[in-house]
Design a binder for this molecule. Structure first.
Ligand SMILES: [Zn+2]
Length: 412
């Protein structure tokens, strides 16, 4: 549990004051046991040893310290910190004796300066600093690992400070990874810390375990503080607490499962270079894949796109059942689900088939217009919109309970 005494430490992080790297060490041993063995002052990246850490994306400088222990001459810890152009730490890398490689990434949301009208408080400034912690297996090639994108996340924190003339408020989203299919999630809102007042209200929080089993997510051990009203647990509830990449990975399966397509070996790729630059995602029947672009969607919500692409998978299922299939996926659907017996469904599938035959090529000068007016796209757009509408109800409820997260982060 995050203690209120840590408040100032994190406020100072968010205020872009570099937190001394040593802070991260004093978790188990007494402070006076540590000695500074060597120190590399902050300097440009080209002075970094080529055998050193993979360079943090967006960094321009680094510093490094080596620390030992008085009580243990074999103990050594190296901490390398990478800084962005504004001199803020964006990554801290830990290495040493008897430990795994660890990495903490700090992201800053500079643009977030919002007035919350609902809260009836003026001059509110929100700054947030998500922190992601990663742990690497001992003795691995870090450069290769970070290139391949393999890492184990230990935790993700998002700390948001809301300020007005008379005080500050801290809201924290935290998820701790207890294994690949299990994490503990908590959302906590701390009472206002007023300038001239020691009066404290109660904490507001929800917490639970988020479990994943074959792409089905569930919530266990749900707890909440008394000042939180009952939360309507809709089907999207567990997904609201995933980070954007995890949402891209898991949400399509929710919709695929609705269509009985959970076991059709459709893969989901959360970041693929195979998606054309004008699209956020696509479904490929040939490859049995829903692929997302590497750019994070801004104009449409992830849930909308996930439902849209799953709808395409359903359309190809139905076309397969109508025609015995024009590719492996469609013919597997034919074998698994058999012919369509319902008249309405068959009529609808015929429309899909007709639309698929006039689906425009990218090279068509009228591509955009023909794409948007194609029946397959119209139906997918409807499915996406419907899912987004369903999703937004529970999202609004959580945003009302925890109103101090920045609007542009699109929480929950
Ligand atoms: Zn589409």
């Amino acid at each position: 549990m995050f203690k209120i005494t840590n408040f100032n430490k994190y406020v100072s992080t968010i205020k872009n004051k570099a937190v001394h790297s040593l802070n991260n060490l004093f978790e188990r041993s007494p402070k006076h046991d540590y000695i500074l063995l060597s120190k590399v002052e902050k300097q440009p990246l080209n002075n970094l040893s080529p055998d050193s850490w993979a360079i943090a994306a967006g960094s321009v400088s680094f510093s490094s310290v080596r620390v030992g222990k008085k009580s243990d001459p074999n103990f050594v810890r190296d901490i390398t910190t990478f800084y962005d152009v504004n001199n803020r730490p964006i990554q801290k890398c830990f290495w040493g004796s008897n430990t795994k490689y660890k990495q903490r990434n700090y992201e800053y949301n500079d643009a977030v300066t919002t007035t919350l009208e609902d809260a009836k408080i003026k001059n509110i400034i929100i700054k947030s600093c998500p922190i992601h912690k990663h742990r690497y297996p001992l003795g691995t090639n870090l450069k290769l690992l970070s290139l391949c994108g393999y890492w184990n996340k230990e935790s993700e924190n998002m700390l948001c400070v809301t300020q007005n003339d008379s005080g500050k408020k801290l809201s924290i989203f935290k998820s701790i990874y207890n294994g690949i299919d299990n994490k503990s999630v908590s959302v906590t809102e701390y009472p206002w810390v007023k300038k001239n007042s020691a009066k404290k209200d109660d904490l507001k929080f929800i917490s639970f375990d988020l479990k994943r089993n074959n792409h089905s997510l569930s919530v266990e051990n749900f707890k909440k503080s008394k000042n939180v009203d009952d939360i309507k647990m809709d089907q999207y509830f567990p997904y609201r607490f995933l980070n954007p990449n995890e949402k891209k990975q898991e949400l399509p399966y929710l919709f695929l499962q609705r269509y009985g397509l959970g076991n059709m070996c459709i893969t989901v790729d959360a970041n693929s270079h195979k998606v054309s630059s004008d699209a956020y995602a696509h479904f490929s029947s040939n490859d049995r894949a829903i692929r997302w672009s590497t750019t994070q969607p801004k104009k449409k919500s992830i849930v909308n796109i996930a439902a849209h692409e799953a709808e395409h998978a359903y359309q190809h299922k139905q076309m397969g059942r109508l025609t015995k299939g024009s590719d492996n996926y469609e013919s597997d659907c034919w074998h698994k689900f058999g012919p369509i017996t319902n008249d309405e469904e068959r009529k609808e599938a015929s429309k899909y088939l007709k639309a698929s035959k006039i689906y425009p090529l990218k090279s068509d000068p009228d591509y955009a217009k023909k794409h948007d007016s194609n029946y397959l796209e119209i139906k997918s757009a409807q499915a996406g919109f419907k899912a987004q509408k369903e999703y937004s109800i529970g999202q609004a409820q959580l945003k009302t309970i925890f109103p101090y997260f920045p609007v542009d982060i699109n929480m929950f």
